[in-house]
Design a protein around this ligand. Sequence first.
Ligand code: HAM
Length: 412
Amino acid sequence: MSKVKRIKGFADMFSPESDTFTFMETAAREVFGSFGYKELRTPIIERTELFKRSIGDETDVVQKEMYTFDDRKGRSLTMRPEATAGVMRAYIEGNVNASEQISKLFTFGPMFRYERPQKGRMRQFHQINCECLGPVEPHADAEVILMLMTFLTRIGLKELVLEVNSLGCRDCRPQYNEALRTFLANLNKEELCEDCRRRMDTNPLRVLDCKVPACKALTENAPTIIEHTCETCRTHHDKVLSTLRAADVPFIQNDRLVRGLDYYNRTTFEVVSNAIGSQSSVAGGGRYDGLIKQLGGADVPGIGFACGMERLALTLGEREVEQPDFYIAILDEAGLEAGLMLAQSLRLAGKKGDVSFASKSMKAQMRQAGKKGARKALILGGDELAAKTVVVKDMETGEQVTVSQSELIEHI
Ligand code: HAM
């Protein structure tokens, strides 16, 4: 019989990788909770229109990467390529702004993008996503970034660089786009990649984000958006930066940080790790003040970020596996039954461990106890069963003592 295989770009995650994910989620809950964030869970599938209207028709995500299909009634649905759009839809649909002025929401889960899979780039990947809805103040931008850096430090990430930029606003971006278009028009178009030739007119900002070396070199001296932002955007950006400095968060200004999604205005940021090769961005985010209105909601500003959990896991490396407290070795069926009861009473007392099911030799069971890393092996032979005792073997020192089952807990 042929075997059914998993899909390219989709992964199974066994322990210890799944333990790393649980560890990250637990740390995220603690850190975000301490900043007043609450968890929101949204569906994995949404109407395609939601992503087109938020992420933008001209983006790579919408044009090339979405898993889109028609359901049985012919409605176009898409497996979410990111979390922000769904969070905005839920916020609008739940009329949340009627009951609270500021909403701080976090969400975890799988996202789907049809990209070319490689190390740190999957077709199903997982994000830890946060959104702060309501505040216009630049201090909120700084707080969101501070929370992200607190989380990344808490999980032990090293070699991180925080990059920050401003994309201006509806008032000043058109002038910048014009300046950029003029600059691009003077280049030899033939030397730009096909995507950039198209983006030059439709979305010139995205040319700055192109990873093709020739495009990068050609646009090296392109005008920067920071030089073209309006007074309000500049003041906002300066305040974000000065607040980050006051909070001792190191950063670099990256004039070319435009991000791959269209909803951003003003602050954008990414965290890059030098530890994982070319897919170096472990987190990214920014402000999106017009997005909720654009999706039919009230005029509520927002800012947020998402971390890619696979990329975080790559930089974290393997976590130490937790050692079980005990492993019970048995001789026969009667021992197995008694072992199960004994294990259950130990677990109820807060200990971790398991019982050997397989009818193997005592030697093989001891090897198994060692392989599992158990601190103590508990041996239940015929004599022990009769006397209601158990042999406790310290797996590190090899020392053995026989104790009564009722006093076992004191020896584990
Ligand atoms: P993004 O930059 O598209 O932003 O994705 C955020 C993070 O998700 C990336 O920095 C990366 O770590 C991870 N990621 C993206 N694509 C993949 C992939 N194919 N495989 C593995 N990891 C990946 C967003 O998604 C925005 N929604 C973030 C945001 C929230 N902005 C405001 N609020």
